[in-house]
Ligand binder design. Structure first.
Ligand SMILES: C[S@@+](CC[C@H](N)C(=O)[O-])C[C@H]1O[C@@H](n2cnc3c(N)ncnc32)[C@H](O)[C@@H]1O
Length: 340
């Protein structure tokens, strides 16, 4: 892990609720936090109810909340029916009502969270304007739900697609929305760059400990992208940044996607994987992104680790086929190495 103090100063700006690190050379709490988040751990409350722990960090992410608030304020919601997919606490639904929506139908597939959303909209006095539906937006038929004029959703993971946003929007366009409905977010891009980082590679691979060969354990390695808080690990970018995918939610959208991506190596040495992040345009000119430079975001970056480090020379082109499968990006071809 990185040990420089300058970086530590930056880490303290992070919006996560966490104790300050007590060692200047080892940021123990960051490491623990990382472990908890990667496992998408649940928070066991006093009542014994489990919800994904990242909800709190997400709800405290002012950049995220402000961007959604600004985007929601920028579209014409007057007298409109809004569909909110993945409403969580109901925060975005309440924003939509405040900006003129006639009614919001808010889907939440986690029954316990949906129940809590009911309680929250009651507490805040929105019960006549927001209907919480405790089901996945794509499951079942909901006769009481009017077709929406506007779709609002914040169902993005560090790599954009891991919470099923492609499938959810695709389904909503077919079944839950009027044909001219506006969609928020309107478009998105996923960026990627190769990195040199033994640290990141070791989050997903093991070779030897002392004299013991543990490499058989690598069959458990994560094949797709997984979240990493990049700035706490030693890494260097080893290529230019490329656009992996571009999505136009409003117009063409299909949940099937594959990309051929070429990276030109800027280093001579080993490369260990591909770091990726997204940028969404929520509405005209309102952006949200989780690039490695954005230390304010609760979203981590995504990382796809190569099975083995790849030795490259400077200027060499590496080509990869990356496919979206089961809510993750998988490398289909790690071996195709282009010419120098
Ligand atoms: C990232 S949270 C966002 C919560 C809330 N929209 C906000 O912005 O604060 C996404 C929530 O969507 C739910 N979810 C994801 N996909 C869904 C779907 N297709 N239908 C219903 N709920 C969904 C998850 O259970 C989770 O609670």
């Amino acid at each position: 892990m990185r040990q420089d103090t300058q970086l530590k100063e930056k880490q303290l700006d992070f919006p996560y609720p966490r104790a300050k690190a007590t060692h200047s050379w080892l940021n123990v709490d960051e490491a623990l936090l990382y472990k908890m988040e990667w496992r998408e751990d649940s928070q066991l409350s006093k009542s014994g109810v489990q919800i994904p722990k990242w909800h709190f960090a997400m709800l405290n992410d002012a950049e995220r909340n402000d961007a959604y608030q600004t985007a929601i304020a920028s579209i014409d919601l007057q007298d409109k029916v809004v569909i909110d997919i993945g409403c969580g606490t109901g925060l975005l639904s309440m924003m939509a009502i405040d900006h003129g929506a006639r009614h919001v139908y808010a889907f939440e597939c986690d029954k316990q969270i949906a129940q809590k959303a009911h309680q929250i909209i009651l507490t805040n006095g929105y019960q006549n304007k927001i209907t919480i539906i405790d089901s996945k937006s794509s499951e079942g038929w909901h006769p009481s739900v009017e077709k929406g004029d506007v779709l609002i959703t914040e169902t993005m993971d560090c790599g954009l697609v891991g919470e099923g946003i492609l499938e959810s929007i695709f389904h909503a366009k077919e079944h839950l929305l009027k044909s001219e409905a506006s969609i928020l977010p309107g478009r998105a891009k996923v960026f990627a760059a190769m990195v040199n980082s033994k640290d990141l590679h070791q989050l997903n691979h093991i070779t030897k400990v002392g004299k013991w060969d543990l490499s058989a354990f690598n069959s458990f390695s994560t094949k797709g992208h997984f979240p990493v808080r990049s700035h706490i690990w030693d890494y260097t970018f080893a290529s230019t940044t490329e656009t992996l995918f571009s999505f136009e939610f409003q117009n063409s959208l299909t949940p099937e996607c594959k990309a051929k991506c070429s990276f030109v190596s800027q280093v001579a040495g080993e490369v260990h994987g591909i770091m990726l992040w997204f940028e969404v345009e929520l509405s005209n000119g309102v952006y949200l992104q989780n690039s490695p430079q954005n230390l304010n975001s609760h979203w981590m970056q995504g990382f796809i680790s190569f099975e083995q480090p790849i030795l490259v020379s400077q200027g060499q082109t590496l080509e990869f086929e990356i496919e979206y499968q089961d809510f993750t990006y998988v490398l289909k071809n790690t071996a195709a190495i282009g010419k120098k």
